[in-house]
Write a protein that binds this ligand. Structure first.
Ligand code: AMP
Length: 397
């Protein structure tokens, strides 16, 4: 039987992640990262059969195109070219237009570019990656998988902001939500693990990585999520503030802060980094806390408390709950953070399964707590967005 490999591309403004995924097994055969694009120190590196190779990006400009061309030659050298059946692109914003994965043609590409107003950092970079890949792989069909698409099933009451509806009509200001591919994947995997049909499964999916969001899932569909018009909303994150009284913005501007400085602070200097005054990295927070660092302890407490509050409030849209699912770098690995979140949820009857919590780490799924009161479990499912991108691309072929 012939192989069916998909080249998955996640093109950012100054970086480009790529992987070749076996669309049947989900295995990443090679994965790599181009970073520091636009700077003299731009590099591209990849991991293949456990070995890492790194090279300087040897081009004065258009580092995205250079990286894609380098990937083309890498595919040849590694012998993957003949088995590649598609290129799948992760695109951040699909607006209200894209509710599922689509095959890319000129019209779709133009739509993605026109959504740049809503995602000024991400969509132009995604479009750049698509253009470069279309040139480099003219024989391969290309697909776009949107971070927002899974959340397009949210009811109007969940996506409407409590502001003038004119702002929605004129500018499209509403909740879109992100991390959709991850919430989609872990909910399907959780249903399989619990031997339930996804169409009858209700979950609260908690993606905790550098970015973090919670999603309420009723009968397999997203009905609410914590990120909003932008990924700045909702949970506290590595460097993002999450929810904040908008009055703070006016206050800071009146104190002489520029809009850029305010949003640079909320996007890049808040969250774990801002509260701890130390680091945006959860592992660093846990280590510093163990050594008695007060800021790290406060960051840990604020983070876990806020995640628990979201889980509690996301009971509201659901008719029953099958599981709270933890995923993302923190959700998959930190038993301390999961434990503290569950401790905050005692009123919902969650009791930790200590052995389960110990075991479900470093890529292993498992049940980590149970609630007799809700008839629900808390579980860990390692996410795999690349697998979804590969699978959905092949399904559409
Ligand atoms: P992601 O964005 O999904 O790659 O997640 C990155 C976050 O996961 C960072 O804050 C890491 O510190 C955190 N993380 C990764 N491994 C661990 C671990 N073993 N314990 C705690 N946090 C971890």
């Amino acid at each position: 039987m012939s192989n069916s490999f998909v080249l998955v591309i996640n093109s950012g403004s100054s970086s480009l992640k790529f992987a070749v995924i076996d669309s049947k097994s989900g295995e990443a055969l090679v994965s790599g990262l181009g970073e520091c694009f636009g700077l003299p120190e731009a590099v591209i590196s990849w991991k293949y059969e456990g070995e890492k190779t790194e090279e300087a990006v040897d081009a004065p400009d258009n580092h995205h195109q250079y990286a894609i061309n380098r990937i083309v030659s890498l595919m040849d050298t590694l012998g993957f070219t003949k088995d590649l059946v598609a290129v799948g692109h992760r695109i951040v914003h699909g607006g209200e237009k894209f509710t599922s994965t689509v095959r890319i043609d000129d019209e779709v590409l133009a739509e993605i570019e026109s959504l740049s107003d809503l995602a000024p950092l991400h969509n132009p970079a995604g479009a750049k990656g698509i253009e470069a890949a279309m040139q480099a792989f003219p024989r391969l069909p290309q697909f776009a998988v949107f971070d927002t698409a899974f959340h397009q099933t949210m009811p109007q009451k969940a996506f409407t902001g409590a502001i003038s509806n004119e702002l929605y009509k004129e500018y499209g200001i509403r909740r879109y939500g992100f991390h959709g591919t991850s919430h989609y994947y872990v909910s399907r995997e959780a249903a399989k693990m619990l031997n339930k049909s996804i169409d009858e499964s209700n979950f609260i999916s908690v993606h905790l990585g550098n970015g973090a969001s919670v999603c309420a899932i009723e009968n397999g569909k997203s009905v609410d999520t914590s990120m909003g018009f932008t990924p700045l909303a909702g949970l506290m994150m590595g460097t993002r503030s999450g929810d904040l009284d908008p009055g703070v913005i006016e206050f800071l501007i009146k104190k002489g802060w520029s809009t850029e400085k305010v949003f640079e602070t909320l996007n890049k200097k808040s969250g774990f980094l801002g509260v701890s005054g130390l680091t945006s990295d959860a592992r660093g927070i846990l280590e510093a806390m163990a050594e008695g660092h007060e800021g790290a302890k406060l960051a840990f407490e604020v983070f876990t408390y806020r995640v628990a509050k979201y889980i509690g409030s996301y009971m509201i849209p659901l008719s029953h709950l099958d599981a709270v699912i933890f995923t993302g770098g923190i959700g998959e690995n930190s038993l301390d953070i999961r434990r503290e979140i569950l401790n905050n949820l005692k009123l919902l009857g969650f009791v930790e399964d200590e052995a389960g919590n110990q075991a479900a780490r470093f890529g292993k799924a498992g049940i980590i707590a149970k609630s007799g009161l809700l008839g629900a479990v808390a579980m860990v499912i390692p996410t795999n967005e690349e697998f979804v991108i590969a699978q959905q691309s092949v399904e559409l072929l």
